[in-house]
Design a protein around this ligand. Structure first.
Ligand SMILES: Cc1cc2nc3c(=O)[nH]c(=O)nc-3n(C[C@H](O)[C@H](O)[C@H](O)COP(=O)(O)OP(=O)(O)OC[C@H]3O[C@@H](n4cnc5c(N)ncnc54)[C@H](O)[C@@H]3O)c2cc1C
Length: 505
């Protein structure tokens, strides 16, 4: 690949965790490639990847009930949970490689051990939870998950949730100690510091306005320097659109065939954040509940211990809502602007199909703080309004597309890589499981866009991610070794024991 004035090998649009991960992978695989990054905000990780804009769950399907649906015959389908967990193991291994190489100096800056729990109420839900834990614990990825419906055990696991509980409704939970809280904002910032040390040119306050193909098949990217209001043109053989919610409008600008008949459905979020240290100190877990009827999977309520700026804190939510913006810093015209002649029927079909969801989300936006406190009190019966503030979380843009199973305008809840047939451009759409699976998703980008180089890169990829290409759930001993090594390098093991000791004392 060649480089020169305005020309480069790779352009990454957006300085979130996805571009950070792809840039870091590429610098290891082909250090000689020149990379430029354009970010419209003033620093990295300010949109969804920021620690206050997402829930910081290291998604490994240890607590999220929506990854284990119940089959019509009453059995529990754990295939999605296995997939999400396997993907998280790739992230753990890559982060371990970065720690061992000294690229990440102190892993506790971004990852902390934290029990992951699922909690349900009522006989029917408890029966499901029991079946779920029985199914999961047959798989090595989920060894160590415990179930209890015993009030004394639950008081020990979740004292804050059990305190002052007057309802007679039975309650049960599962707990696994190998869960994590991940500060994706801190991780993004560390990776961008590293990329700048490796001569990657990162241009903040630079907004990408458009892109078009040049005669030689490269992409010319039109960028506005928001400082000087100048327009610049940069060319690259490969462009990654990692604009988070802003990816869809940019993908549409490429006009590639693969960008057609795709739309986006924005979902906003709010958290309640606790400001009473005594309350914060009484809780030590991520506790996921069950989605309410009609609620989308990303609005499953959870009560999370978080580690932000070296401080333990406590967040509840996210409360999903409707906003036409594609980014937290976006415009109210984002949604309407994304409707194009090629996706109008897809969008209309999605609009009609999702009237109940949209109604639900609008109702959610209109909830008063007291109504939100009522939801919190299903977790913490004694929660006092004055202890909690509302913070606005990031935007998620769910993909809408036509599918064989769902028909026209089907709302997708996963993450999707859309790339041109020649691999010259790729965009990441969707937001779930999200940042936790950044490594898996960026490997997917490499596979789709650089198929002929993958053979040559395989050795280096395996050095960074030893289980690459291997199913860990089918290799229990290998999994155990990898899990132990990553826990040790990421500082999860000793701290895990320390945290347990603190909780016991
Ligand atoms: C409420 C909420 C809770 C979540 N919880 C979790 C969780 O618990 N665990 C988890 O793993 N994931 C979670 N996620 C998902 C996760 O946050 C995202 O998947 C991830 O951060 C996406 O990273 P990204 O780099 O694609 O996007 P972002 O972090 O949004 O970065 C995109 C960047 O592109 C920039 N940009 C956009 N358009 C342009 C343009 N035209 N020109 C230049 N720059 C541009 C933006 O300013 C931004 O900095 C959550 C998300 C939300 C909103």
């Amino acid at each position: 690949m060649s480089s020169g004035q305005g020309k480069t090998d790779v352009i990454l649009i957006g300085a979130g965790v996805m571009s950070a991960t792809l840039g870091t992978l590429l610098k290891e695989l082909v250090p000689e490639w020149e990379i430029k990054v354009f970010e419209k905000l003033g620093s990295p990780g300010e949109e969804s990847s920021n620690e206050w804009n997402n829930a910081g769950t290291g998604h490994a399907a240890l607590c999220e009930l929506n990854y284990t649906p119940e089959n019509p015959d009453g059995s529990v389908d754990i295939s999605k949970a296995i997939g999400v967990n396997e993907q998280f193991q790739l992230s753990r291994q890559f982060w371990t490689f970065l720690v061992n190489k000294g690229i990440i100096k102190d892993p506790s800056e971004f990852i902390m051990p934290l029990p992951h729990m699922s909690m349900v109420q009522g006989e029917e839900n408890i029966a499901f939870l029991k079946k779920r834990v029985e199914a999961l614990t047959k798989n090595p990825l989920f060894y160590g998950m415990e179930f209890s419906d015993h009030p004394e055990t639950l008081k020990d696991w979740i004292p804050l949730i059990m305190e002052g509980r007057t309802s007679n409704e039975p309650i049960a939970a599962t707990k696994i100690d190998s869960g994590t809280d991940v500060n994706f904002g801190a991780l993004t910032r560390m990776l961008f510091d590293h990329l700048q040390d490796r001569d990657v040119q990162v241009h903040y306050n630079h907004c990408v306005k458009g892109m078009k193909r040049t005669a030689d098949g490269s992409w010319e990217v039109k960028v506005e320097d928001l400082g000087g209001k100048n327009i610049e043109y940069h060319t690259a053989k490969f462009v990654f659109i990692g604009g988070g919610g802003g990816s869809l409008p940019l993908l549409q600008k490429t006009r590639i065939q693969e960008s057609k008949q795709i739309g986006g459905f924005p979902v906003s979020g709010l958290f309640l954040v606790c400001k009473n240290q005594d309350v914060i100190d009484k809780h030590q877990a991520k506790v996921y509940g069950k989605a309410k009827v009609g609620a989308p999977p990303m609005s499953v309520p959870h009560l999370d211990t978080r580690y932000i700026d070296h401080q333990k804190t406590l967040l509840f939510g996210p409360f999903a809502g409707f906003s036409p913006k594609f980014l937290k810093t976006g415009s109210y015209f984002d949604l309407i602007g994304s409707v194009k002649p090629n996706n109008i029927f897809t969008m209309l079909a999605a609009g009609i199909k999702n009237i109940p969801l949209t109604k639900y989300l609008i109702q959610q936006v209109l909830l008063s703080k007291e109504k939100r406190m009522e939801e919190l009190r299903e977790f913490i019966p004694n929660a006092a309004s004055e202890d909690w503030d509302i913070v606005v979380a990031g935007q998620r843009v769910q993909v809408i597309k036509d599918t064989e199973s769902g028909g026209k305008g089907t709302l997708q809840f996963g993450t999707e890589v859309v790339s041109a047939e020649d691999g010259s451009v790729a965009a990441l759409l969707g937001a779930s499981p999200g940042a936790s699976t950044a490594v898996h998703v960026m490997l997917e980008v490499l596979k789709q866009c650089f198929p002929s180089q993958m053979k040559e890169w395989e050795g280096k990829i395996k050095e960074m991610i030893p289980s690459y290409g291997i199913s860990l759930s089918n290799h229990p001993e290998f999994f155990e070794r990898i899990h132990e090594q990553t826990a040790e390098s990421l500082g999860l093991m000793n701290k895990q024991q320390e945290v347990s000791r603190v909780m016991e004392s």
